[in-house]
Design a protein around this ligand. Structure first.
Ligand code: SAM
Ligand code: SF4
Length: 322
């Protein structure tokens, strides 16, 4: 599916906007107004859109996300429906429920997992997520590695003055546990509107800190959004997703389906295409395909964070599907 001369191969499907954590950079303390169950796409509807994207539009990888995808009942059966469609079926999760779910998800066809962990200090975890779930996340990471999900990546949002003193510790932890750490620059997608340019810890700063402890060499940047760095001692790599300081908009091949069935051509899109109404009004595959193609074709050149005309999207990262 083409937009700006690129084929969009990566479909991100949010299965719920609910979450069992309240990360300060993502959600307000009281949570958000959750989407009504009836408004959520059913597994049948998700499968139909995914199949169409794969069979007609060139999508090659599907990532399940949220909100927290593991709080949606019977996620394993959705994985079972989607796994025959693509070789690359992945999950982005906060890890709290993986202790029990890693094995059934892997058996249902999940290939890889990205687990969010921003700190290795239990007290800080409690402050950053407003929930006491640190041990379950660590258990979840170990379970994911143990059942052979590969790679296991640890996603870490770095916020200045909050957890930027742990960059090296997190890399050490990833090397020890057998996971690849990927740092994400803090983006203006927090529902509370607290984002501030000064809170962003840049790619350069992160690399400098890691390189001081574990010397690295850059890996030539391909189409992936992360800038990758290999450890000189041969023990793996780490990455940074520099969405703010070195945006990858010109190479982005992602398209997102929200839990309530809106297709979005960018994380920062201010509106989306309502596929749910089409699905529920009996639209045929041609009509759906046309709607998806039009959405991708309307993609803008870049998000423009930092420009005076940048518009903050009205939805938070958890509602769009990270
Ligand atoms: N709940 C799952 C999780 O935490 O991995 C999936 C959804 S979450 C919205 C997806 C990713 O977005 C997580 O890695 C999270 O850390 C990241 N994220 C959330 N808010 C962000 C923000 N304001 N800036 C950058 N990344 C953010
Ligand atoms: Fe929940 Fe993920 Fe947002 Fe944290 S980042 S509040 S775990 S959706």
């Amino acid at each position: 599916m083409d937009g700006f001369g690129r084929t969009h191969r990566d479909l991100r499907v949010s299965v719920t906007d609910r979450c069992n954590l309240r990360c300060t950079y993502c959600m307000p303390e009281d949570g958000l107004e959750w989407t009504d169950r009836a408004q959520l796409l059913s597994f049948e509807e998700i499968e139909r859109v995914a199949r169409l994207c794969v069979e007609r539009l060139g999508v090659r990888s599907i990532r399940l996300t949220g909100g927290e995808p593991t709080v949606r009942a019977d996620l394993t059966s959705l994985v079972g429906r989607l796994s025959p469609l693509v070789d690359d079926l992945a999950l982005t999760t906060n890890g709290t429920r993986l202790r029990d779910l890693a094995d059934p998800l892997a058996r249902a066809g999940l290939r890889r997992v990205n687990i969010s962990l921003d700190t290795l200090r239990p007290d800080r975890f409690l402050r950053m997520t407003r929930r006491d779930a640190f041990d379950s996340v660590l258990d979840g990471i170990r379970a994911a590695v143990a059942v052979g999900l590969d790679p296991v990546k640890i996603n870490c949002v770095v916020v200045r003055g909050v957890n930027d003193d742990e960059v090296v510790d997190l890399v050490r932890f990833g090397r020890d546990v057998g996971a690849t750490v990927r740092f994400i620059e803090f983006m203006p997608l927090d529902a509370s509107g607290a984002w501030d340019r000064d809170a962003v810890v840049s790619l350069d700063e992160i690399v400098e800190r890691v390189n001081g402890a574990f010397p690295v060499r850059p890996v030539v940047r391909g189409d992936a959004p992360a800038d990758r760095f290999r450890f000189v001692d041969g023990r793996g790599e780490f990455g940074v997703i520099p969405s703010v300081t070195n945006a990858f908009c010109d190479r982005c091949d992602r398209i997102r389906l929200s839990a309530d069935g809106e297709l979005r051509n960018c994380l920062f899109a201010v509106d989306g295409t309502d596929l749910r109404s089409l699905l529920r009004s009996g639209a045929d595959d041609e009509a759906l395909e046309l709607a998806i193609r039009s959405c991708v074709a309307a993609k803008w050149a870049g998000h423009g964070i930092g420009r005076v005309d940048f518009i903050r999207p009205p939805r938070s990262m958890s509602q769009i599907g990270g």
